[in-house]
Write a protein that binds this ligand. Structure first.
Ligand code: UDP
Ligand code: MG
Length: 140
């Protein structure tokens, strides 16, 4: 079943010019980029996006990191896109991520881990709506 997921290239990934490398991996895996934009999150928006983590000890650091520079936000579409993107990303902690994943190849720490991806159908829908209007998305 074709589905959509929300992906971000975090400030470390953009700063290190990894946009093309990461998009190449999406496309090679059959994940079509159907919408994309470069933005810089402000405090309010970063806190809102990561609301679910607001009680966690790493929350303030995470918000500081995510507002430290521009990010790429994109919607990926394809068969099993949510799971497939999570597989390309690798585990949250790069030290535990499978070889060949984005986080294993480029992540510096459990915080600075280069990419975000929605973790299920509910969050995918919410996160896509958080960044994009329907007319900004273009199915293949
Ligand atoms: N994070 C962190 N410390 C932790 C766990 C997570 O700084 O111990 C950061 C990290 O950037 C991660 C984000 O918070 O990607 C969201 O955490 P989540 O558990 O949702 O991981 P993800 O879904 O990104 O793999
Ligand atoms: Mg998550």
């Amino acid at each position: 079943m074709s589905e959509r997921t929300l992906s971000m290239i975090k400030p470390d990934g953009v700063a290190r010019d990894l946009i093309g490398e990461i998009y190449r991996r999406f496309e090679a895996a059959g994940l079509h980029v159907v919408g994309a934009r470069m933005i810089r999150l402000d405090q309010r928006k970063a806190r809102a996006f990561y609301q679910v983590h607001r009680e966690r000890p790493f929350f303030d650091d995470l918000v500081a990191y995510m507002t430290s520079g521009p990010i790429m936000v994109q919607v990926l579409e394809g068969e099993n896109a949510i799971q497939r993107n999570r597989e390309l990303m690798g585990a949250t902690d790069p030290a535990r991520a499978d070889a060949g994943t984005v986080r294993a190849d480029y992540g510096e720490s459990v915080e600075r881990n280069v990419v975000h991806g929605s973790d299920g159908p509910g969050t995918a829908r919410e996160e896509i709506d958080f960044f994009f209007q329907p007319d900004e998305l273009h199915s293949r």
